[in-house]
Every structure is written in structure tokens, then in C-alpha cells.
Design a protein around this ligand. Structure first.
Ligand code: GLY
Length: 432
């Protein structure tokens, strides 16, 4: 079967690497891809906003499955346009992608189906939002309703910050994504991510993971797309995973079916592990980046088979097989990220790092210059991913591999996995 993968990040490299291992995969295309993906797939230049052009490419190249990595094309309706042309897509239709595309939509479902989450309210005007803020005070979480490239969530520890955020959003800082504002109680606990495949009706639990959102060690510095991740996440015990499935994922999938917009694809629940159990922070309609990288490293099952079962509504009774080992990813980013950074710095040493068979370096913002050298062209650039018998062992292997990569313009966190490792050592404060 020929497959088209959409995207260019570390997540897509991990998906491409795993899909290319499947005997079901004949030719793998990727639009647009990156320098690493081009080793696994035929990278093609396609405007993914031009749905007709994507459909034409699929027909011309006998593509029988399209896998959409990022959320934006799904929220824009790519899956609907391709489905109308009879092209199977792994990823939800536009209405179902609202689970990520509209925070108020998700909170309405949570209310109607008693899914645990924070106290919250949605506003379509500044005055009412400010009045609610005055009544409830801070800390409070201010969210632009729509997609805002990861920047539309402001955790405000004081009223002045919350007020400024509300005014900014209604003032147009995020365009149409800020037509509504959701105000939420700031939940206390540890964040975790959980992933499940959904075929519209049936759900197959995949695994949990934990991300590191801040740029620098000790969870300091600005928020990023994610500077590292690992799986499994010890905070997500078997009991907690069961609660996530029963109280959060299954009622959501039921809600979408009841509404006539069945959810098909991977569902990523961003969770807060509170004293009252897991609560939903947000949904994403795609794999997490960088969580996908360690997940793919640990997945023993055939990814294409799982994706096909999802698309063909055939997940009932299915299972997924995971390595008993832990997997961990250290993200290497260009100095300056998540602010301004320069493009074009040369990277070497990846082959040296990958000499250990338990190391895989997934590319994100990479390209080749005219001399054929590997260069950085993005903020997040490399994802050094490893397996180990424990998270501590995977972490040690990852930093040994990072040390073999020669890239003076890059930086990375030195403490990826710290919570899990503190738990492995039985230390107090692991959940701080
Ligand atoms: N790692 C966070 C995200 O993918 O949204």
C-alpha cells in the first residue's frame, strides 16, 4: 500500500520510521518532510491547504492511506475533502477535530457527559469575562477558544496578568481563534499525556507519556512545544489509566458518536493528575510532539496495521504490544528557541550517536545545504530517542548520544525524565 504522511516535525519522522518498518507499507510519501524523513520516505512538495491538489496527488500515486501528523489540516477539513474523494485518512473530520479546534466545544462535552475537568466558563465578550475574573480572582487559566499555535493558553497567577490576557485575546492577538475566551480553574497536580486510537465507536488504549514544556532545566524559562518526553509515565498507574479510559476517553467518544460526528484517529488527552483523580486539561486530535517519538520507539505492534484498523472501523477486540522497556527523548533546539533563532548552522555526529542500536535520532527542523551538510532550519531540530530498562537508563543513554552530536548552536535540557527517575528512586517530591 502507498501511504502519504503530512507533516515535517519530529513526530512525523517517528511515524515515518515506524510505518516504513511495516510489510504493509509499499511506498511512503511525506509532504513536506525533513532531512531525516527523506531517508525513510519520498519527500514531496505539496500545498496541504490545497485539498484538491492533495487528493490529486493521492489518485496519481495510488495512495491508499493518508496520515495527518499536525492538527491544523484536520481542523481545516483535509480529512473531509479526501474522504469525499474516497481516500482513507487517519485523522478526524473537521467537526470531530473541534475537540482540539475549540476549547469551549470540549468543555461543553465535558459538562454534558460529566467528564472530570476544571470549573470553567466561556465568554464571547470582554466585559463578561472581566466580570467573571473579578468574582473568581486568580490563579486562573485564560484560553483563546481556537487554535493559536500553542500560544493561546495563559496561566495567570495574578488578576492583572489574567486581565491583560483577556484584553489581548479579545483585542485580536490570536485573530479568529480569540473570538471566545474560556476561563478555567487552575488545577493542582502533575501533568501527563494519554493516547488512544478511536475508530468512531471502539477505542484501543495505547500508552501514557510525560512531556517537559519549559525551555530550561528545573522547569524554568518560557513554554515551548516540548523539550523532551518519556513513556511509560509512572504517574499514570494501571488504575489511573483505567480511570482515564472510563471517565474521560470513552464518554468523549460516545459523545462524539451521539452528536453524529464520530471521532476517528488518535486521541491525545492532556491530563492533570489531581488528588481527586485524573482530570482533562485539553484534547489534541493528533499524536503529541515530542511524546510520539518515545512512543514509536516502544511500540512493538505494526503501526500501519493499527492505523488501517482505525480507518476501517475495526478496532474492536484489538490490542497493541509495547516493549517492557522505557523510552525517552531529549529534544535539541537552536539557541534562542522558543524566541528568535538563526537558521543554517551545521550539525554532525548523528551517525556516531546512532551506533548504539538503542538510540534513534529523529529529525524535526533539518535540511541539507548545497554542500550536502545537515543544517538546522527550525526551533526544535533533533529528538535523541533511546530505550532502557528504566527511565534512568534511557536517560543516561540519551545524554551519552547527545554528547556525540556536534552542534555548537544547539541547546537541550539536562534533566529530561527527572520526575520519573525520582519515582524510580523512591524519592519524596517526585510529584512536585
Ligand atoms: N507536546 C505537546 C503537544 O504535542 O501538544
Amino acid at each position: 500500500m502507498n501511504i502519504l504522511l503530512i507533516g515535517s516535525g519530529g513526530r512525523e519522522h517517528a511515524l515515518a520510521w515506524k510505518m516504513a518498518q511495516s510489510p504493509l507499507c509499499h511506498t511512503l510519501f511525506c509532504a513536506p518532510g525533513n532531512a531525516g524523513i527523506c531517508e525513510q520516505a519520498e519527500c514531496v512538495s505539496l500545498d496541504v491547504d490545497d485539498f484538491a491538489a492533495v487528493a490529486r496527488f493521492c489518485k496519481d500515486n495510488d495512495v491508499k492511506l493518508v496520515v495527518v501528523g499536525p492538527e491544523a489540516p484536520l481542523v481545516a477539513g483535509l480529512a473531509d475533502a479526501l474522504a469525499e474523494e474516497g481516500i482513507p485518512v487517519f485523522g478526524p473530520r473537521k467537526q470531530a477535530a473541534m475537540l482540539e479546534g475549540s476549547k469551549s466545544f470540549t468543555r461543553e462535552i465535558c459538562r454534558d457527559y460529566a467528564i472530570p475537568g476544571p470549573e470553567n466558563a466561556t465568554f464571547d465578550n470582554e466585559a463578561d469575562a472581566l466580570a467573571y475574573l473579578k468574582k473568581h480572582g486568580a490563579p486562573i487559566v485564560v484560553k483563546a477558544d481556537g487554535l493559536a499555535a500553542g500560544k493561546g493558553v495563559i496561566v495567570a497567577d495574578d488578576v492583572a496578568t489574567a486581565e491583560a490576557a483577556i484584553r489581548d485575546i479579545f483585542g485580536g492577538a490570536f485573530g479568529a481563534a480569540g473570538a471566545k475566551v474560556v476561563l478555567e480553574e487552575k488545577m493542582e497536580g502533575e501533568e501527563a499525556s494519554f493516547f488512544a486510537l478511536c475508530d468512531g465507536e471502539n477505542v484501543l488504549a495505547l500508552a501514557g507519556a510525560q512531556d517537559h514544556k519549559r525551555a530550561y532545566d528545573n522547569d524554568e524559562g518560557p513554554n515551548t512545544g516540548g523539550m523532551g518526553a518519556y513513556t511509560p509515565a509512572p504517574v499514570l498507574t494501571e488504575e489511573a489509566e483505567q480511570q482515564v479510559m472510563e471517565r474521560i476517553i470513552l464518554p468523549t467518544v460516545r459523545a462524539m458518536k451521539d452528536m453524529g460526528v464520530p471521532y476517528q484517529g488518535v486521541l491525545y488527552a492532556g491530563l492533570m493528575m489531581t488528588d481527586e483523580g485524573p482530570k482533562l486539561v485539553e484534547y489534541n486530535v493528533r499524536f503529541g510532539d515530542p511524546e510520539c517519538q518515545p512512543l514509536m520507539m516502544r511500540l512493538n505492534s505494526d503501526l500501519v496495521e493499527l492505523m488501517q484498523a482505525t480507518v476501517q472501523r475495526d478496532l474492536a477486540g484489538g490490542s497493541s504490544d509495547w516493549s517492557e522497556q522505557a523510552a525517552l527523548t531529549v529534544v535539541m533546539a537552536t539557541k534562542g528557541y522558543p524566541g528568535n533563532y538563526e537558521k543554517g548552522s551545521v550539525i554532525s555526529g548523528i551517525e556516531r550517536a546512532e551506533q548504539d542500536p538503542l538510540v534513534k535520532v529523529f529529525h524535526a527542523g533539518t535540511a541539507r545545504n548545497e554542500a550536502g551538510e545537515l543544517i538546522a532550519v527550525g526551533g526544535r531540530v533533533l529528538n535523541v530517542t533511546t530505550l532502557g530498562n528504566t527511565i534512568a537508563e534511557a536517560q543516561k543513554r540519551a545524554y551519552e548520544a547527545v554528547a556525540k552530536i556536534d552542534w555548537p548552536q544547539g541547546f537541550y535540557r539536562h534533566d529530561i525524565g527527572w520526575r520519573a527517575i525520582a519515582r524510580e528512586r523512591g524519592e519524596k517530591g517526585a510529584s512536585a
